[in-house]
Design a protein around this ligand. Structure first.
Ligand code: GLU
Ligand code: ZN
Length: 498
């Protein structure tokens, strides 16, 4: 390989290596985040690798979504798709010859062997072992087949998979999160690395690429903990056959994320779907801030921080081994805090795609938005709320609609005199700015009709903004302008039935 020689323990090389199946999910994002923060903290290298060797499950669409998600989240990577690197290609589907070569070398060296057992035979022996109370993994049947036996199996037309020969001693490694971890041989039987049709499996391709790409630290979810002893054994064999630089990465397993009902958050859980957060208008920095808390914290009393602060502070030794709880409310509240902290022009920039999904806003619309944005920035949790909050300013008069439930509740007979008096009062108002609007309406409604402000202004709010929850009323009227405000008040008045 053409890469610079690595100095173990000095240069950090980590990888993010998802399989392109389904939608990107929050578990995946957390793994990417921790690897990214670790790499950046150490001035190391983040390798982005696509593990797409399962043609039946992987899709090009998913691949595109992954890349798009990584960009949206603001991650950068040093090697991988779109940026290249010394270990190209970074899509495993394009590296099949590499795996075939390694599998052959492993077999030639006696580290792996052909297993001719049929599924039925494996099942029957597993059941028998279980009944006898013995370990039920692969029993080593084909470990040392004689040449005659192999010839006989082949003559029968049996196919074979390639199986890796596990050492007969326990495997111990020091997990960066969980500390010393040991697996006994009974728990880690010989395992398949190449299918009968020649397709290499995750069990082979993942450690082979980690070795070839000189990965120094593997940070990944705890669900993969059980594959670690196999990979540790495989690394040792790879070192023997001269694949990679001979060193084994350090492993750190990130804690499970628990969802609703204290069950593991599954990638199919709607709560886990990254696209959903994006569509609702989470800020990438808000979502990442929240996800960083799933197993890590900056300081005991600091929930809100920037990615720069996380990078500066991130140490995998601080990752907590206990399961983390996914808490949507907390995610929202953290996002809201980031949203409030945006500079006004940045807030505007971020809400534009939500308010104007189809076409770029005009200069006038942008100017209006810049004025309206401060009225709502403090009140929002996610960006998509801007549509409900400020949409009333940008719809064409003929497209303006009242929220049906709010209208049914508020625009009732009692509202009629209120709307009528408001129209009359505002018709004569020349200075159409918040203070005079407020003073005029107060005089007409609170003093004139003797209605409490609380009741006086709600029908106006619904009539003008379409909803009971809106930006401040008088500012909204100003931004909407006199003519359109009056038009909406009159329309609401007409719509009220006795
Ligand atoms: N492609 C594997 C996955 O998405 C990678 C696991 C690992 O990090 O080793 O589960
Ligand atoms: Zn076998």
């Amino acid at each position: 390989m053409a890469s610079a020689p690595i100095v173990p323990d000095e240069h950090v090389r980590v990888r993010f290596c998802p399989s392109p199946t389904g939608n990107p999910h929050v578990g995946l994002v957390r793994t990417a985040l921790f690897n990214w923060a670790f790499a950046r903290h150490h001035g190391g290298t983040l390798v982005f690798r696509i593990e797409d060797t399962d043609a039946a499950r992987d899709s090009e669409e998913s691949y595109g979504q992954l890349l798009e998600a990584m960009r949206w989240l603001g991650f950068d990577w040093d090697e991988g798709p779109e940026v290249g690197g010394p270990h190209e290609p970074y899509r495993q589907s394009q590296r099949m010859d590499v795996y075939a070569d390694v599998a052959r070398k492993l077999q030639d060296g006696g580290y792996a062997y052909s297993c001719y057992c049929s599924t039925e035979e494996l099942d029957a022996r597993r059941d028998a072992a279980r009944k006898a109370g013995k370990a039920s993994g692969y029993d080593g049947h084909c470990r040392d087949l004689s040449a005659e036996r192999i010839a006989a199996y082949q003559a029968e037309g049996r196919t074979s998979i390639v199986r890796f020969r596990m050492p007969d001693a326990p495997i111990t490694f020091t997990d960066l999160v969980r500390g010393e971890t040991t697996f006994t041989p009974e728990n880690v039987p010989d395992f398949g690395i190449v299918r009968a049709n020649g397709a290499p499996l995750y069990t082979l391709v993942n450690p082979v690429d980690d070795a070839l790409m000189e990965i120094t630290h593997v940070l990944r979810g705890e669900d993969l903990l059980s594959s670690t002893p196999r990979q540790v054994a495989l690394y040792a064999a790879l070192a023997e056959i001269g694949v990679g630089n001979g060193s084994t990465p350090k492993f750190g397993h990130l804690p499970y994320v628990m969802g609703e009902g204290n069950k593991k958050l599954s990638k199919r859980d709607p709560q886990a779907n990254l696209n959903l957060y994006r569509e609702r208008g989470f800020l990438p920095e808000g979502l990442l801030n929240y996800l960083s808390l799933l197993g890590w914290s900056l300081a005991e009393d600091r929930d809100i921080f920037s990615m720069e602060e996380m990078v500066a502070a991130f140490d995998v030794a601080d990752v907590n081994a206990n399961p983390a709880r996914f808490d949507l409310k907390k995610a929202e509240s953290i996002n809201a805090t980031h949203l409030r902290a945006l500079a006004p022009e940045e807030f505007v920039r971020r809400v534009v795609p939500f308010l104007f999904p189809d076409a770029e806003p005009t200069a006038d619309q942008l100017e209006l938005l810049a004025k309206a944005a401060p009225l709502t920035q403090e009140r929002m949790v996610v960006l998509s709320e801007v549509v409900g909050m400020l949409g009333f300013l940008f719809v064409r008069p003929e497209d303006f609609r009242l929220d049906e439930a709010d209208a049914a509740k508020v625009l009732i007979a009692d509202a009629k005199p209120v709307l009528a008096a408001s129209v009359t009062a505002l018709e004569d108002l020349t200075d159409f700015t918040p203070e005079p609007i407020q003073a005029t309406l107060r005089e007409a409604l609170v003093e004139g009709l003797g209605i409490k402000p609380k009741f006086a202004f709600t029908p106006l709010r619904v009539a003008v903004t379409g909803r009971r929850v809106s930006p401040p009323l008088f500012e909204s009227m100003e931004l909407l302008g006199r003519e359109e405000t009056l038009r909406r008040l009159r329309a609401a008045l007409e719509s009220v039935t006795e």
